[in-house]
Design a protein around this ligand. Structure first.
Ligand code: ATP
Ligand code: MG
Length: 467
């Protein structure tokens, strides 16, 4: 992996550097060529006009122009500049050179331009040398009449040499850049791959069930974020793992006590240890109670596992919640009467229809009321109320039982959590009732809450959003 990223970075750098150098070089060469040509052209125009000033009176007087042209152009000859003079028909009348190549020859269009008194300029590539060349012709006028022209022709020297030097320079720059990008790429790839390798190591150890390792990436960029995300994920995974272990331990424990009890009594009867039919009946009643407990436990576990697997289906529809409250209260009649608690319903008028699974909401109300009855003292009183508050329908059950200690209050929604294990179990509780309540209400987009003043009672309820 390290080689991979390093190699990719290096290739990317080299491509970018090459592209930058090529573009820069091309632009610079164009610029330099233009600059040199322009400068040379200006120089030639001025020089040809000066020459024309000097030659014109001699031409008018009909003197031989050769010596003048040669002496005037002496200094420039060594730079390859040629000068010559033509008459009004374009015929050559004097030259500083042998005038072999005739590249600077005047054409008809140039002649017309010159007759109009305008300097004629031609630029191009030499047919004979690998150079750019410029040819300038300055007209000589007598009055308005065109009498001839001075022509200067010169190669633009230095362009090729400059180009050659630039190629060297850019080559060197490219070489240095590639070396440098190799170093930078190496460092950068280490910087990137180290955290990635660490993430992959930690991920492997998590896959093997070890949650104690954390990714140690402190950088403040995407890699740091990746590290944080992975660490967060490991934390959650380890929490889930702990929950799962607890759950299995709890389930085994909950299954064991009724099974032990059933086995004890069944063994006693089977081995003829019971004294009489009355005792047998008592044993049987206990076995029956424990079997009910087991069935309830298994049903609740199945329900919870369906929530966990997101398999539980809800029949969502609008329903009047008051009717559901009445049904839940009615279904608890035996327990209410057995404990002679009083139950009062306080139903606000014009409660909007609730949206949800009616049976599930009845189950929720049943669970909450069952707790209120179960944990109330003999003869206690319970109020179940339905209100509308800020876009929610709020249903709460208030009792005047022993209440819930402050430190236990947030935990009553946990699976298997019971404030007083022994007492709850005596009453047939498994500690799953409120956990199921919370799952159902969460699925409805609602919230659950609990308040209690220990010794004075508890208030447990939930709110459903009004749709
Ligand atoms: N109204 C209440 N008054 C006092 N304690 C309560 C009340 N409601 C719940 N609790 C406490 O919260 C715990 C959890 O309640 P939950 O309904 O989840 O379990 P449970 O009633 O023990 O068992 P299950 O509902 O599964 O039969 C109870 O064991 C009890 O200690
Ligand atoms: Mg309960």
């Amino acid at each position: 992996m390290k080689i991979g990223i390093f190699f990719k970075l290096l290739v990317t750098y080299i491509i970018v550097i090459m592209m930058a150098i090529t573009v820069l070089g091309a632009l610079q060469m164009i610029f330099i060529q233009n600059y040199l040509t322009e400068a040379k052209q200006q120089e030639l125009v001025i020089k040809s006009q000066d020459l024309a000033e000097v030659v014109k009176p001699l031409l008018i007087r009909g003197e031989d122009l050769h010596p003048v042209i040669i002496s005037l152009n002496r200094a420039d000859r060594s730079l390859g500049t040629e000068a010559w003079v033509i008459d009004k028909t374009g015929k050559l009348i004097a030259t500083s050179e042998d005038h072999v190549h005739c590249e600077g020859d005047i054409e008809r269009t140039d002649l017309e331009q010159l007759r109009g008194g305008v300097v004629s300029v031609r630029k191009g590539q030499s047919r004979y040398f690998d150079e750019s060349v410029i040819r300038v012709a300055a007209p000589m006028l007598q009055g308005d009449e065109f009498i001839g022209a001075v022509i200067l022709y010169t190669p633009v020297t230095g362009i090729k040499a400059t180009f050659a030097r630039m190629v060297d320079m850019y080559g060197l720059a490219a070489l240095l850049s590639i070396l440098l990008s190799g170093v930078v790429g190496f460092i950068l790839s280490r910087y990137i791959t180290r955290p990635l390798r660490e993430v992959s190591n930690v991920a492997h150890s998590v896959a093997e069930g070890r949650f104690e390792n954390r990714v140690d990436v402190k950088s403040n960029d995407e890699l740091g974020q990746l590290g944080d995300a992975i660490n967060h994920m490991i934390k959650r995974l380890s929490q889930y793992e702990a929950m799962r272990r607890d759950f299995v331990a709890n389930v085994s424990h909950e299954l064991r006590s009724p099974l032990t009890s059933i086995r004890g009594f069944v063994d006693a009867v089977a081995e003829g240890k019971s004294r009489d039919a009355e005792e047998q009946a008592r044993y049987l009643a206990i076995v029956q109670k424990e079997t009910h407990r087991l069935t309830k436990l298994v049903n609740e576990l199945l329900e919870i596992s369906r929530f966990d697997a997101r398999e539980s289906k809800f029949n969502m529809d609008f329903f009047p919640v008051e009717v559901v409250v009445n049904r839940a209260v009615a279904s608890l009649k035996p327990q209410i009467e057995a404990k002679s608690v009083s139950i009062r319903k306080v139903l606000e008028k014009d409660i909007p229809l609730c949206y949800g699974d009616e049976d599930r909401i009845e189950q929720v109300i049943h669970n909450i009321l069952e707790n209120a009855v179960r944990y109330s003292e003999e003869g206690g009183s319970i109020i179940i109320s339905v209100n509308r508050q800020n876009g929610e329908v709020v249903i709460e059950a208030v009792d005047n039982g022993p209440g819930i200690p402050r430190e236990d209050l947030p935990r009553i929604w946990e699976r298997f959590y019971r404030v007083d294990k022994a007492r709850s179990r005596d009453q047939g509780g498994t500690g799953l009732g409120l956990a199921i309540v919370e799952e159902i209400i969460k699925k409805h987009g609602g919230r659950v809450f609990a308040e209690s003043e220990p010794g004075k009672g508890a208030m447990i309820g939930f709110a459903l959003p009004v749709i």
